[in-house]
Write a protein that binds this ligand. Structure first.
Ligand code: ATP
Length: 207
């Protein structure tokens, strides 16, 4: 008998420089709340929208693998790191849809990313392909207010519950670079294997 279950695939992109506890919590919330069969965690290649140069792709990939290693339905997806030039989310979504023609795609992001969503390359095509799932970053009202701008397509947007976690990759890089950054100081902000990797490999501090 054919299965009636439509496969649900989540896509969660980020610089992951480094991946931190809020990324892990957001991924967990997406898996549970959306009933995802799999979640592709996609480190970005060249991030056209970030003002700074990102850490080496090898480091970001290794840290991302460590951060999500205990989550069986997460697949760390290297495709954007292998793409030359700017990486666009729509390209990744189109490729995933072609690989999984019957699946429903869910694009996961924090409210800060969503605030600039209309500047994304071919954003209307993204809305056509994936349901956009937004987690509030610090307050519980920001994302909901932003939904109003998309009222004509409301069913394509979802709020993802996430207890506010005021952690950012910027904060972790700054802690490490200031010299204050001992593994134990970032130990509450990133998964333990990531803290160890950062420390051993001097990812954010001179050797
Ligand atoms: P940076 O501080 O370098 O800008 P970041 O902490 O925002 O980095 P990214 O890798 O850019 O981390 O984020 C990947 C995704 O995770 C984005 O969609 C972002 O909105 C989301 N995200 C990051 N931190 C949080 C957080 N504390 N709460 C909710 N979502 C978050």
């Amino acid at each position: 008998m054919p299965s009636t279950h439509q496969k649900r695939i989540g896509v969660f992109g980020g610089a992951f420089d480094p991946p931190h506890n809020a990324h892990v919590a957001l991924a967990q919330s997406a898996l549970e709340q959306l009933g995802l069969d799999s979640l592709h965690v996609v480190p970005t290649g060249y991030a056209w929208h970030k003002a700074r140069v990102l850490s080496a792709p090898e480091h970001r990939l290794a840290m991302t693998r460590l951060a999500f290693q205990d989550m069986p339905r997460v697949e760390v997806d290297e495709r954007e790191l292998q793409r030359a030039g700017p990486t666009f989310t729509i390209d990744t979504l189109e490729a995933l849809q072609a690989e999984n023609p019957d699946a429903q795609l869910y694009l996961i992001m924090g409210a800060d990313q969503f605030a600039a969503f209309r500047q994304w390359h071919r954003w209307q095509a993204i809305v056509g392909l994936a349901i956009i799932c937004i987690a509030d970053r610090a307050t519980s009202t920001a994302a909901k207010a932003q939904f109003d701008a998309y009222s004509e397509q409301k069913d394509r947007f979802l709020a993802l519950p996430l207890a506010p976690m005021p952690v950012s990759a910027t904060q972790i890089r700054q802690l490490m670079a200031s010299g204050a950054g001992q593994t134990r100081e970032i130990g509450d902000l990133v998964p333990e294997p990531v803290a160890r990797y950062i420390s051993v490999n001097h990812v954010y501090s001179p050797r």
